[in-house]
Design a protein around this ligand. Structure first.
Ligand SMILES: [Cu+2]
Length: 476
């Protein structure tokens, strides 16, 4: 049947709607249309929808959801009404690689919900999944019966049913939403979304920023050549994503030189992620509990985000360039096939390869000189498989996948313009380059036995460690 053509027709609609712009979309979206909002990835080719400027209710500075969008609402007698539809979706995780996930309103993750501190909110949740679900509003202060834990605080929402949640957004900050029913399956399938509650009045702990980005960390285990995540996986995920996108499918964060930038990140994977920014120092200005007291803030370039946590980082983008921004666990900047491959650096298996290729014509030895070759090789891979490491930069392959993007800081970027400015044009003489002068032999350190406890028996033979790991499972 035609889930695919359904998606395509929605794309067509969205292309059209995209021309009208965000603000108009709020006014014109009826409740029925809201339930059928399309996947915005296709909207303009940049994948990230422009911030949705509110035209009803209290004003605020909207966020930009990386490769995502904000859910429009309807004002009904002072109550902000949203409609979430839990349903199977097709998510393009990177160009040429589609996953069959579960999500909300046409995609995974679901749309970002943005409200203002003190807002009364009513959220209709329609279940179009083949099994029951519920929605937990992660981090919110709310009446116990609105907490969305099926079995504990409410009956589960059965397939075909619609439930209503209603509460007041009591504190400003960064939140998430996700099911609290068959969680292992539903979160492994991509059901989650971001939530931002903006401050009602000027808050001494919440600075005004020019750019405010948000995204969720999520992970999937999808076998090369297949479409559906394996839901029993606990550790060995092979796709590490931001908003269900993997590099080079993750949009860059485009900012103007000297913009104050906030990035909000929530972690709904099964492991922690040390998120690292190049070229700038940031402060953690908010956590799950809201804005951090100023006395607790210090500058750093990496912050670890544990499972279930949210972090807000802030910095002044005062260095021009294309700055890498990524998870610092190197396995999380690889796509499928990144694991279970033995390290073969220094192993010469030309002879073995010759013998095997007589039996298997496409056989290819991987990683004799490191793994960088992998990024350049045109290997035959099954259909619908994300290349392990890709992404062409201005100087060649970036050799990255997974949780990786680029912060682009530009003098020429206009205020409020989120368009990708292209690659940075480095001023002459500011790029690392080959040295072509004479090279002197390095003076090698010669002393031996200088350690505090010298080896007792000098007659035993030395041990040389060969770099060849068995395919042991590393911790992720
Ligand atoms: Cu990570």
């Amino acid at each position: 049947m035609n889930k695919e053509s359904d998606v395509n027709s929605r794309r067509g609609f969205f292309k059209f709607a995209g021309i009208a712009g965000g603000a108009v979309a709020v006014a014109s979206v009826s409740r029925v249309a809201m339930a059928a909002l399309p996947e915005p990835v296709i909207q303009t080719g940049t994948d990230t929808m422009a911030p949705l400027v509110p035209n009803t209710g209290r004003p605020y500075n909207p966020v930009t959801t990386l490769n995502g969008w904000t859910l429009p609402w309807r004002m009904n007698q002072g109550v902000k009404e949203f409609h979430l539809v839990a349903e199977p979706v097709v998510r393009e995780m990177a160009p040429g690689f589609k996953a069959h996930l579960w999500g909300y309103n046409g995609q995974s993750p679901g749309p970002t919900i943005e409200v203002v501190e003190g807002d009364r909110i009513r959220i209709f949740v329609t279940n179009k999944l083949p099994e029951h679900t519920s929605v937990h509003w992660h981090g919110q202060r709310l009446p116990n019966g609105m907490d969305g834990v099926s079995g504990l605080t409410q009956p589960a929402i059965q397939p075909g049913k619609t439930f209503v949640y209603e509460f007041i957004a009591r504190r400003p900050g960064t939140f998430m939403y996700h099911p609290h029913a068959d969680e292992m399956t539903q979160m492994a399938m991509g059901m989650m979304g971001f939530w931002v509650t903006h401050p009602k009045t000027k808050n001494p702990l919440i600075d005004e920023v020019q750019r405010d980005f948000c995204f969720l960390l999520n992970a999937y285990d999808i076998d090369p050549g297949s479409y559906t995540p394996k839901i029993m996986t606990m550790m060995d995920f092979n796709l590490w994503s931001w908003n269900s996108r993997i590099f080079p499918g993750i949009d860059s964060l485009n900012v103007r030189l000297n913009d104050k930038v906030r990035i909000r990140i929530g972690n709904l994977t099964m492991t922690n992620h040390p998120i690292h920014l190049h070229g700038h120092e940031f402060l953690v200005t908010g956590t799950d509990g809201g804005p951090t007291p100023k006395s607790t803030r210090w500058y750093e370039v990496t912050t670890d985000i544990a499972v279930g946590q949210m972090r807000q980082i802030e910095f002044l983008a005062d260095e021009e360039g294309d700055w890498a921004f990524h998870c610092h666990k190197s396995h999380h900047t690889m796509n499928a096939m990144g694991h279970d491959v033995p390290t073969l650096i220094g192993v010469d298996h030309r002879d073995v390869a010759r013998k095997i290729s007589r039996l298997i014509p496409d056989y290819m030895v991987m990683g004799e000189r490191g793994m960088a070759d992998m990024a350049e090789m045109e290997m035959p891979i099954p259909d619908n498989t994300a290349p392990m490491m890709t992404g062409q930069g201005p100087f060649g392959s970036v050799e990255m996948g997974g949780m990786f993007s680029v912060l682009k800081v530009r003098k020429e970027q206009k205020t409020g313009d989120y368009k990708d400015p292209g690659w940075f044009k480095h001023p002459a003489g500011t790029v690392a380059h080959e040295y072509t002068g004479a090279i002197a032999e390095p003076a090698r350190f010669k002393s031996e036995g200088g350690q505090s406890m010298p080896r007792a028996n000098k007659n035993t033979s030395d041990t040389v460690v060969q770099v060849r790991k068995p395919s042991s499972h590393s911790d992720h």
